[in-house]
Ligand binder design. Sequence first.
Ligand code: SF4
Ligand code: SF4
Length: 176
Amino acid sequence: MEKASWERLSRILGGLTPMKSDCGLICGKKCCSVREEGQGMYLFPGEEALYPEGGQWYSVGHSEVEVEHFSGKRPFVLQCRGSCPREERPMACRIFPLAPYLTPEGDLEIVLDEDAIFLCPLVRQKDLEALDLDFRQGVRKVCAHLLEDRSVREAVKSYSARIDDQSRDPWRLFLK
Ligand code: SF4
Ligand code: SF4
């Protein structure tokens, strides 16, 4: 996707955030600060072009392991140092903690990203509707555009199947 298209998608989310109030105050901005070695934010296919080598606040590399993430099986990973120029943050940061999900019929739904369950209190709360409606609608619009890319659609399909499988894990009952 062209730089201009990424900018257009970013504008859809503009100043929108998961909650009207600053949810970072609940958790101490965990999604920006808790990182293990090698972890970071996954980039969607083509988004890596926005982050050339030599960036002042990030580094970018390929995921070292195969993951079934909605951005791909072996996506680029952006590692930051816990702060960034807000207007330059990757799409995964803009939509966090939501994720695109495809139903078996191929319909797009927006869900709380189960992969962030131990990180984000909003995901643990399991109440999608507690998140700001404008934010949810903006994320839906952006994801609908992203799904026009066949590789993203395939990645979201695999992610959705994995999330469905995981939801049947017996240990998940303890999180209810
Ligand atoms: S981890 Fe969740 S609650 Fe905390 S700042 Fe990030 S989105 Fe908000
Ligand atoms: S790039 Fe910015 S928004 Fe994304 S995790 Fe890093 S500091 Fe947070």
